[in-house]
Design a protein around this ligand. Structure first.
Ligand code: GMT
Length: 377
């Protein structure tokens, strides 16, 4: 085991897969003996119990009366510099280029270059924000000024290099799940709340943004239901939700679709499902599909972004061209009506999640990157 490090972590603490991955990484690093300092606007929602190696530093925004928009980014940069100096951080690991990597760069200037920075790209910072000409140069600067840059899929590395003309190397570090949390749970006690014994359960979990193509989820479900008695469980909330509710009413599917809203214990909820649906337009990785995989639930999804690196089509699920809901539904029916095939897929899911996307393996990969930028390797 190498030297114990003091690591600052900044992420979006209340939102999405990037915050989940950043928090879980911090927890695992703390278990390995490193000292972790979260620098965020609120306590990361997956932080859980007290741990002696984990500290939280709250970013408070100055609401001075001349500010039309309180400058969160500047408060964050100041806090990063302050924590880095006071705690003598070795490095700062930020998740998302905008604004976090830019803030880390400013903090470094303020703190006198005493620490290194590592930036992890999660997707929407590149696939969406880098399309905006006004932000392109800023994202490029943030990437070039980081001591190391990682991305969560090969596809995201390719897209970053293509869109932003990046000359520095980008490390591939896939997302991971903690296998102590994500495993097939026994949900027999409450499965009957959602579906009859002869019915299958299809599930979709997202933030209901247009890129998730939740309309396709409904279309796939409608087609599957014509062949297999089933229910659809929708988990999460977001801007497309009311449109989706309208679509469900139009199709007369109200009694077959359950809305579960936001859920804390995702592993428990996922264990209810027979299939996870992920027909996204853009998806740099698709953490929810990995969470499902670890619980033995195959994915029916699209060939978007990094999904093909995660889902082995024909082994742990099936992938179709974006928008091809007829093909997705055919694949879903194939799996749901062949118990032997389903069993093999489910076993392959658990094995793949544990072997390729193992928490220990990926934590080690990040650790090696830290030691490299600190010149300890
Ligand atoms: O998908 C989102 O809208 C949320 C976003 C986030 O901030 O968590 O997800 C991105 O990062 C995740 C963690 O690395 C990836 O699993 C998601 O694929 C990625 N989303 C997109 O690329 C659209």
């Amino acid at each position: 085991m190498g030297k114990k490090l003091k690591i600052g972590i900044t992420c979006y603490p209340t939102l999405g897969g990037s915050g989940v991955v950043a928090t879980e990484l911090g927890k695992l690093l703390a278990e390995k003996g490193h000292e972790i300092h979260f620098i965020t606007h609120s306590i990361p929602f997956r932080l859980g119990q007290f741990h002696k190696n984990i500290f939280f530093h709250e970013v408070e925004v100055n609401n001075y009366y001349v500010f039309r928009y309180p400058p969160y980014d500047l408060s964050l940069a100041s806090k990063m510099a302050q924590v880095a100096k006071m705690q003598q951080l070795d490095l700062l690991h930020v998740h998302y280029a905008i604004p976090h990597a830019v803030c880390a760069y400013i903090a470094k200037q303020m703190a006198g270059d005493g620490f290194k920075t590592v930036t992890t790209l999660h997707g929407t910072d590149i696939t969406v924000l880098a399309q905006d000409e006004s932000l392109k140069d800023l994202i490029r600067l943030a990437i070039h000024k980081s001591d190391a840059v990682t991305a969560v899929s090969r596809d995201l590395i390719r897209e970053t290099q293509e869109l932003l003309d990046i000359s520095v190397p980008i490390d591939l570090t896939y997302n991971f799940v903690d296998k102590r949390i994500y495993y097939p749970r026994d949900v027999s006690a409450f499965r009957s709340e959602y579906a009859a014994e002869n019915e299958k359960i299809l599930m979709h979990i997202s933030n209901f943004r247009p890129v998730k193509r939740v309309g396709d989820v409904i279309d796939v479900f409608k087609r599957v239901r014509e062949h297999v008695p089933s229910k659809l469980l929708l988990v999460g909330e977001g801007p497309e939700l009311s449109k989706i509710q309208w679509q469900i009413r139009q199709l007369g599917l109200e009694n077959d679709v359950h809305f579960l809203g936001k859920q804390e214990d995702v592993a428990q909820v996922i264990s209810l499902a027979d299939l996870m649906l992920l027909p996204s337009e853009k998806e740099s990785f698709g953490l929810v599909s990995l969470e499902a995989m670890a619980c033995g639930v195959p994915t029916i999804g699209s060939l978007a972004g990094g999904i093909p690196e995660l889902v082995a089509s024909g082994e742990t699920g099936f992938l179709s061209p974006i928008g091809d809901t007829a093909d997705m539904a055919r694949n879903a029916v194939r799996l749901l009506t062949n118990p032997e095939m389903y069993r093999k897929f489910s076993e392959a899911c658990i094995a793949r999640a544990r072997n390729r996307f193992c928490d220990k393996l990926i934590t080690n990969e990040y650790e090696q990157i830290y030691y490299r930028v600190l010149g300890m390797k």
